[in-house]
Each structure stands twice: as C-alpha cells, then as structure tokens.
Design a protein around this ligand. Structure first.
Ligand code: F0G
Length: 461
C-alpha cells in the first residue's frame, strides 16, 4: 500500500532570491577572513544559511501587503492597535509593550522586576536573557530537568522545570528574593525541546501560591504548542490556537522575540496582565526604545507582525510543515548514525560536536571547529552553541563549561526546500566520516560580553 506523506508546505513560492554557489578555495578564504566565526561571514559567501531562524523567515503576501498599510504616526498608530488586538487574541495578554526585538523586552522586564541580590530560576539559560538578568543584579539559576543535558535521552518534554530544583532555590533564598521564574517554551539551548502543559500548570500553581511571578520566554511557544498537541495526552483534538492560549494562561506575562514564531524579520514585545507592571515598563520604554505606541518598531513592522501573529495559528498546517521540515533533516541524520540531540527539536538540529570530534578538547572549542569545517565543506552556515556561547563566569573568570557542546543547524521558516535539507545532511554525514581532518581553534580576539558574536579564532596547528 502507498504510504501517504503526512505533510507538505501549505504555500507555494511566488518570488525567489538567488544564492551564490562558491568553490572550496573561496570558502577557505572566507572562513579565514571571518576568524573561523560563522557570525563574521558575509552572507554573500553563504550557500545555505542555517545560522539562525531569527528574522530569517519568508513573509506571506498578506504580510507584505500589510507593509503598505502601516500607519507611521508617532503616536496612536492604527498598526499598534492591530498589534495589541492580535497579541490579545492569540496570546491572551491585555498589556502590550512593543520593542525592537526580544532582548529589548528582556532588558525592560529585568530592570523592572529584578533587584540586586535577587535570584531568577529558569529552564536553561538563553544568552541575552541571562545577560539582562545579571545586568540588573540578579543571579540566574538553572532549574531545568536533568534530561535536558543528555543529548541521547528521548524524553518528550526535556524543557521542563524540575520542581524540586525550583523549590530548593526558593527555600534557600526565600520567595521574596525570587521575583519571577523565567520559563522558556521550546528551550532553544536545550535543542528546541518543549515543556509540557502539566509542567507549565504545576510551576504556575507553585509560584502563584508564593507570590512569585511566572514570565514566559514565549519566543517559540507556537512550536511548543505543536509538540504538546502531538505528545501530551488529551491534546490531539485541540487546535494549536487553543493550546497556545492554554500555555500562556499559566503565566503572568511573556517576552517574545517576534523574529521567530511570528514570521517577521524584526520586532518583539513584552506582554503582561498586571497594569502596574505595564505602567513601569512603559516608563522605561520611552527611555530605551520609543513611545509606547511603537516602542522599537515602525508602523509597517507592527502591521506585518500583527498579521504574522494571526497567520501562525490560522491553520495547524503551518506549524506541522515547519516542524516537519526540521524533523525531515533530523531523521536523515539519525538514520545515518550522526549524533544529534534527540528528540528532534522545533527549530533546528543540534549536532553533538563533543561526540563527533572527541579528539578536540573543550578548550579548543569542538563545536566552533565543526561549524567552521561544515562551512568549508559545503557553504552551509551553522552556529556554535557550546563553550564559546556560554562565556566566562563573571566571578571566577573561567570558561563556563556547558554540558552540551553543540552545533546548531537552524531552519528559517518557509525559506528552504527539501533539496537544501538533503545537501545539508550529506555535508554533515561526510564530515562525520572523516572527523580527524577537523582540528581545534584558539582565540585571537575574545570580547568580554556575548563573546560568540564577535570573537575571532585561528587553527591550532
Ligand atoms: N529568547 C530566545 C529563546 C531566543 O532564541 C532569542 C534569540 C531571544 C530571546 C532574543 O531575541 O534576538 O529578538 O533579541 N535568539 C536568536 C537565535 C538570536 O539565533 O537563537 P532577539
């Protein structure tokens, strides 16, 4: 019997953007000039760009049309009103603070809620989120379940918070030193791993009883909703829109980088329920971003965003195809025996660089080295998510050595085809066949803050 394909993209392509095919010699020169840091490559020199799924989505015809309708009024823009109502309808929050992107919202939230000496528990760190929490004087404490640190564990909800770890933080420091729990949906650094609805509910009940707020990083909550639908009992008959609303119901607010789920190239927001927190946030917004009816976005950005937010939940077919494409690439690699973080996550494939390159010690940056080698092999641009991203401990000055040393192949939404995924899989597989040809790296420049963005390296020979 013919097995029917379970999904295909619910769109067709109307416009194409040519990409350059380069020679190996050209790529060797380009990566050398970029200091072996894929963030420093010129996009023109990249064939398939899997650096990030952030701001790299293709907008729909409806979103492009929305750009023309953008109301650029300094105050009281119609596009702001449309955005407020989209966020309210889809995420369920009443108060909206528009920012230029996710980290703008994280900055404002951290400054308002965190006092020096506070502790902020969260389910694995995200680079900018933790930075803003520390910048406000807080200490981030990782309370994610242990399975999140095991690339091979096939637990369905590896993003969950471990309630015992959370309780230990609260018991040790007191609830008054814990302003909020920073709860990320579909945890990026864990490999795009979801949290379960049961865990969201439990954490919210625990926190509410103690006067601790729950602030979601809902950047990839849509993809999380899809995994809940597929994996958690009782959700198969619910729509993605319904599940997303239930996720946010177990929170007091959220920061969102709209450059992901929301299908736009720039934008973000902080959304809360409490008008008092919103009032404080707006006071900061006018200092750091812009007036409260545009924050960090133009009117046309807000219009495209409002439409993207509605579009992402209009039909479950969108997220099924989005995650389906990621799973397609992941399954090809699993079949070939490539060690990746399992189960396959929502926004990308995370190669276990420590296992692929066991001959490179951590201080010679296996994941950074693998990302550079992948680019040279095929022009595919990936990103290090390991010791370089983790940075140094502000107290001791030592490298923070994360348990996961990964290379992330992040899939933009609605941009690449299945053939691009095949080329990518073949390149990774061929590197895995001859790992000894990949050598380690050392710093030639190490920035103090968020070093992975701008650091440069040289090969150790
Ligand atoms: N939270 C999460 C979970 C993110 O993945 C990001 C960005 C942010 C917050 C910050 O948002 O970039 O709009 O300021 N992640 C990008 C990435 C950079 O490639 O994973 P931003």
């Amino acid at each position: 019997m013919v097995e029917k394909r379970s999904w295909a993209e619910p769109w067709k392509i109307k416009m194409v953007e040519p990409i350059k095919m380069t020679s190996r010699e050209e790529r060797e020169r380009a990566i050398r000039e970029a200091g072996y840091n894929t963030f420093l490559l010129q996009s023109e020199d990249v064939y398939i760009d899997l650096l990030t799924d952030s701001g790299t989505s293709a907008m729909s015809e409806n979103q492009w049309a929305g750009l023309m309708y953008g109301d650029e009024a300094y105050a009281g823009s119609r596009s702001f009103k449309n955005l407020v109502s989209a966020v309210h309808d889809v995420y369920g929050y009443e108060e909206l603070i528009p920012t230029h992107q996710g980290r703008g919202a994280e900055h404002i939230l951290s400054q308002i809620l965190i006092s020096p000496g506070d502790y902020v528990p969260g389910n694995m760190y995200f680079t900018t989120t933790r930075y803003h929490q520390e910048f406000a004087g807080g200490t981030f404490v990782d309370v994610i379940v242990d399975e999140a640190h095991r690339p091979d564990s096939i637990e369905p909800f590896k993003g969950n918070i471990d309630l015992d770890k959370l309780a230990a933080v609260v018991d040790t420091h007191g609830a008054d030193k814990v302003p909020y729990v920073s709860f990320e949906t579909n945890v990026n650094m864990a490999g795009g791993q979801p949290v379960s609805m049961a865990n969201l509910r439990e954490v919210y009940e625990y926190c509410s009883a103690r006067g601790i707020l729950v602030m979601l990083d809902a950047t990839r909550a849509l993809e999380n909703a899809y995994f809940i639908q597929q994996r958690e009992g009782g959700y198969l008959d619910k729509s993605i829109a319904e599940i997303l609303r239930e996720i946010t119901s177990y929170s007091d607010g959220a920061t969102v980088s709209s450059k992901k789920d929301n299908l736009v190239n720039i934008g973000g927001f902080l959304a809360v329920r409490d008008p008092e927190i919103a009032r404080k946030a707006r006071a900061m917004l006018v200092v750091f971003e812009g007036l409260h009816t545009y924050g960090g976005m133009s009117g046309r950005d807000m219009e495209a965003l409002a439409r993207g937010i509605r579009e992402m939940v209009a039909s479950d077919d969108h997220v099924r195809a989005r995650v389906g494409q990621v799973e397609y690439l992941g399954n090809a690699l699993i079949k070939a025996g490539v060690p990746i973080v399992k189960p396959v996550g929502g926004h990308g494939i995370f190669l276990d660089a420590a296992s692929i390159l066991p001959h490179i010690p951590m201080e010679h940056f296996p994941a950074q080295s693998l990302a550079a080698a992948l680019y040279v092999d095929s022009g595919v641009r990936a990103m290090e998510r390991g010791i370089v991203s983790a940075g140094r401990d502000p107290e001791t000055g030592e490298h923070r050595v994360p348990k996961l040393e990964l290379v992330r192949l992040t899939i933009p939404r609605r941009v690449y085809t299945q053939a691009h995924m095949d080329v990518t899989a073949e390149s990774v597989m061929s590197l895995c066949e001859r790992p000894e040809q990949v050598g380690g790296l050392r710093f030639t420049y190490e920035p103090e803050v968020l070093r992975f963005f701008q650091a440069t390296f040289e090969p150790i020979v």
